[in-house]
Write a protein that binds this ligand. Structure first.
Ligand code: ZN
Length: 244
């Protein structure tokens, strides 16, 4: 029974367990409780992404985080790959980000994966503690860069976590800057549980953090939850007037 007050995707695996079901947990008529469905695949790679304003971009640059430039052509190529993967899974590639299929100014809107928190994502979210949780689950930081796209500003910080031993670990990363960057409330967090790549066999999950608002109070804390992802509800703190 799903008692969450937000959309949460069914945790069953489809297509023989290579992809996560896109229907809503508790309301999925394909995967009833108790039945022996394969579970959605756990991630081999977790990507954490968030925008950097000019000041923060400069700080991360000074701290040695390299910049990668993605061309419009490469973005289009990635978009074509997403479409092909979605079609191989019998999924509509633009079902989630509808209305953008003809928008050629911002490619990469095609998706083959499962949006864990639905089309509009999870709202009012803190990611505090998430990196620690990933580390406890055996993930290490294997890459960090600032992604620059002429056609799609602003610059995005992209961090790649892999299971320890899968790739060399990054030893130099400005965690203090990162902690400052994430000491905020994100208006929207989207988690994509992607299908197993037909190219390299890896399952990549992406955490997109957007609409930061330093003044807002978070309602949810994002958690990894053994690769299913989920959120803890943060209790409201009531201000008590002791003189009343
Ligand atoms: Zn399902």
């Amino acid at each position: 029974m799903n008692e969450r007050d937000y959309f949460y995707a069914c945790t069953a695996g489809v297509q023989g367990g290579i992809a996560r079901c896109r229907k809503e947990d508790g309301k999925c008529d394909n995967h009833h409780n108790g039945a022996a469905w394969p579970h959605a695949p756990e991630p081999d790679v977790v990507l954490v992404k968030m925008n950097l304003n000019q000041g923060r971009n400069a700080e991360f640059a000074r701290a040695g985080v390299r910049q990668l430039t993605r061309s419009f052509e490469r973005s289009e190529e990635l978009s074509r790959e997403h479409v092909a993967r979605a079609e191989a899974l019998d999924r509509k590639p633009f079902a989630v980000r509808q209305g953008r299929e003809n928008d050629t100014t911002t490619p990469e809107a095609a998706d083959s994966g499962c949006p864990v928190f639905g089309k509009t994502g999870l709202h009012s979210v803190t990611v505090r503690g998430l990196i620690t949780e990933l580390q406890l689950e055996g993930f290490v930081l294997s890459d960090a860069h600032r992604l620059f796209r002429f056609h799609k500003p602003p610059v995005r910080l992209v961090m790649e976590f892999v299971k320890k031993g899968a790739k060399p670990e990054i030893t130099k990363f400005p965690w203090d800057l990162f902690n400052g960057l994430t000491e905020t409330c994100f208006g929207q967090v989207d988690v994509w549980a992607n299908d197993r790549s037909p190219k390299n066999g890896l399952v990549v999950h992406t955490v997109n953090c957007g609409q930061r608002d330093d003044k807002a109070q978070a309602r949810y804390r994002l958690k990894f939850a053994d690769g299913d992802w989920d959120a803890d509800v943060i209790p409201l703190t009531l201000e008590v007037d002791l003189d009343a």
